[in-house]
Design a protein around this ligand. Structure first.
Ligand SMILES: Cc1cc2nc3c(=O)[nH]c(=O)nc-3n(C[C@H](O)[C@H](O)[C@H](O)COP(=O)(O)OP(=O)(O)OC[C@H]3O[C@@H](n4cnc5c(N)ncnc54)[C@H](O)[C@@H]3O)c2cc1C
Length: 376
């Protein structure tokens, strides 16, 4: 197989590049951004993703620069636990840990593992056309490039996807999310926990990414949203003091604000010599913290299929067969969880908290296992 061309140098594109390079492929990458930004947010990498990073030799760097988390909890506003996923059992089974890390640190680690692979920055793909096994890439700057095998890892608004499929649909979760990194000193008991507090029409999550830094996210329903510069202390005024301290100790200029959308699951992830990966193929809402983890799984699965199969279409077919069902399960479950966690109705909120608290441990463990286990 000739050189493989990847569009997008996000977590999905870079992980795919590392996996392919290690299997002997030559790779080139085209990226829209003129330079890599130091995004002011963190990311949680779950056990499914960390198994892959271990195999790729990236795990130790991530563990060193991030923070190990051993439980993920949903709490009420009195900080009482509604449900808790204890991860020790999975850590022992899969021999890796869950890590929360600054996105910029993760990006740097991934870049350090692609060797001399060329990343063409400031290259926004406009569209592509396929002709007799040749893929012609057209960029916004008016230039073009010929490729034989293209992987579209260009995110939820993927131009690669728009070029090969006409009728894909993005779905508005009608929620808005602020994210930041705080220097607040919070209770030591939270050192290894990811906690999410559920309110009425809003929620707030936090996790350490280093001993001195806490990554946090706060969501509200879109109908209550006025502007991205809104006073977060006001929005979360009935939340515990810990939340107020976290917000107070955050550099306001670095706070990110995004609407939450996902991609309605699509039938096919490839067409001819072009294949989709990560958010371009299976963007999910962030409620399970699995978007990037699913991209990382897809990166490894696609590299294995391309290595094992000489025929491109067979490789793409096998990749989709291995990955689509699980990615769609995550998208669906995450969507439902987001609606439940952020209900605006008082009665539903009370029922939600009671039911969540009464859900037997074996059910939550079974759900976690389904996501944390790799099926390839
Ligand atoms: C609030 C929030 C919290 C989240 N938390 C988590 C979490 O804790 N854990 C987790 O696993 N996931 C999380 N996610 C999801 C995760 O961020 C995404 O699933 C992941 O970043 C997808 O990676 P990707 O490489 O597929 O796409 P992206 O990260 O979107 O990367 C796409 C890359 O392609 C480039 N690009 C775009 N268009 C073009 C073009 N036309 N030409 C060339 N280059 C292009 C972009 O500049 C970018 O570098 C969260 C998402 C949100 C919104």
């Amino acid at each position: 197989m000739n050189k493989i061309t990847i569009i997008g140098a996000g977590i999905g594109g870079l992980t795919t590049a590392i996996a392919l390079i290690q299997k002997g492929f030559e790779v080139e990458i085209f990226e829209n951004s003129p330079a890599f930004k130091k995004a002011g947010s963190g990311i949680n990498l779950a056990i499914n993703a960390m198994q892959i990073y271990k195999e790729l030799g990236v795990y130790d760097d991530i563990l060193l620069q991030g923070n190990y988390t051993n439980s993920m909890n949903a709490l009420n506003k009195k900080l009482k636990v509604l449900t808790s996923a204890k991860l020790q059992k999975f850590e022992e089974k899969y021999k890796v840990k869950t890590v929360a890390i600054h996105r910029a640190s993760l990006h740097e680690i991934l870049l350090n593992h692609i060797g001399n692979t060329k990343i063409h920055l400031n290259k926004k793909l406009k569209s592509l056309e396929q002709n007799n096994g040749n893929v012609n890439l057209v960029f916004e700057d008016g230039t073009s490039h010929n490729a034989t095998l293209v992987i579209g890892a260009d995110g939820i608004h993927s131009n690669v996807r728009k070029s090969i499929f006409k009728n894909t649909e993005l779905r508005d979760a009608k929620q808005v999310c602020w994210r930041g990194i705080s220097k607040a000193r919070i209770d030591k008991k939270y050192k290894k926990e990811l906690n999410e507090i559920w309110g009425k029409g809003n929620r707030f999550g936090f996790v350490h990414i280093t001993p001195e830094e806490v990554y946090w996210f706060g969501l509200i329903n879109k109908d209550k949203f006025k502007s991205k510069d809104e006073d977060l202390q006001q929005i979360f005024s009935d939340y515990p003091q810990t939340v107020k301290n976290i917000i107070a100790e955050t550099d306001k200029k670095e706070i990110l604000c995004n609407e939450i959308w996902d991609l309605k699951p699509i039938d096919k992830w490839y067409n001819g010599n072009v294949c989709l990966l990560g958010d371009a193929a299976h963007a999910t809402t962030p409620n399970l913290g699995q978007g990037a983890c699913q991209a990382i799984e897809s990166a490894m699965a696609l590299s294995i299929c391309l290595k094992e199969e000489n025929n491109i279409e067979t490789a793409f077919y096998k990749y989709q067969l291995i990955r689509k069902e699980k990615a769609n399960y995550v998208t669906k479950t995450s969507w439902l969880l987001g609606k439940m966690a952020q209900s605006n109705n008082s009665i539903i909120c009370i029922l939600r908290n009671v039911i969540t608290k009464l859900t037997p441990k074996f059910i939550t463990e079974k759900q976690s296992e389904k996501i944390l286990k790799l099926n390839f």
